[in-house]
Design a protein around this ligand. Structure first.
Ligand SMILES: CC(C)(COP(=O)(O)OP(=O)(O)OC[C@H]1O[C@@H](n2cnc3c(N)ncnc32)[C@H](O)[C@@H]1OP(=O)(O)O)[C@@H](O)C(=O)NCCC(=O)NCCS
Length: 177
């Protein structure tokens, strides 16, 4: 079944509906995940965050991106973007909604010159979008993580330090575009 839905900026979605969708996709204990510590005090990057609405106008999927920093072991801080969570309503999974959200976010990230996006997630899924763990082995998170699930996608020619700690970015850094 193909999904011809409306993709829109995330701000078009009701915040409570987004939270309910995330609970349905990940379970209510999702907030204990380390990735959430990287989002503390920040707002999603508006230009890189999207919602999908079904034919009846109900929220069917969402993708959020967040500003984060790589605090390099050498001392400098480098801006990048944390992608996720990506969630599709359980009844609508497997219809291409996730792919549509990912393509929208990655195209927008490329348009505004984001050097790298990082995420914590399933490599078999995100690998198809250019994410892998080949350059993240020296990155650390403010909580437990599985190294094989810390993935990144770099813009062509972009480089970031090989070793450092990922931390939340200041709220004022939330606007890339
Ligand atoms: C993962 C998720 C966002 C994908 O969205 P979706 O709209 O269902 O996916 P699409 O229809 O665009 O793509 C379906 C493809 O992704 C694959 N896929 C879905 N979840 C996967 C996973 N966790 N690992 C590997 N592949 C996965 C499917 O097998 C299918 O593969 P195919 O195209 O080769 O048949 C959605 O299923 C979801 O919300 N899952 C629960 C939350 C979650 O796990 N989120 C992120 C993963 S860390």
């Amino acid at each position: 079944m193909s999904a011809v839905l409306e993709l829109a900026p995330l701000r078009a979605a009701d915040g409570a509906a987004v939270e309910a969708l995330l609970d349905a996709a990940f379970g209510p204990d999702r907030r204990g995940r380390t990735a959430y510590r990287l989002r503390e005090g920040a707002e999603p990057v508006a230009a890189l965050s999207f919602a999908a609405f079904d034919e009846a106008g109900a929220l069917a999927g969402s993708l959020q991106c967040w500003p984060i920093l790589l605090a390099a072991d050498g001392g400098n801080c480098h801006s990048l973007v944390l992608l996720g969570p990506v969630a599709v309503a359980p009844m609508r999974q497997g219809e291409g909604i996730g792919r549509g959200l990912m393509c929208a976010a990655l195209a927008a990230a490329d348009d505004v010159g984001v050097p790298a996006l990082a995420l914590v997630g399933d490599a078999p899924y995100y690998g198809r979008f250019g994410f892998d763990a080949s350059r993240t082995a020296g990155w650390r998170l403010p909580g437990p993580w599985e190294p094989s699930r810390l993935l990144a996608r770099f813009a062509p020619g972009a480089a970031l330090p090989a070793r450092g700690l990922l931390v939340p970015a200041l709220p004022r850094a939330a606007d890339w575009a």
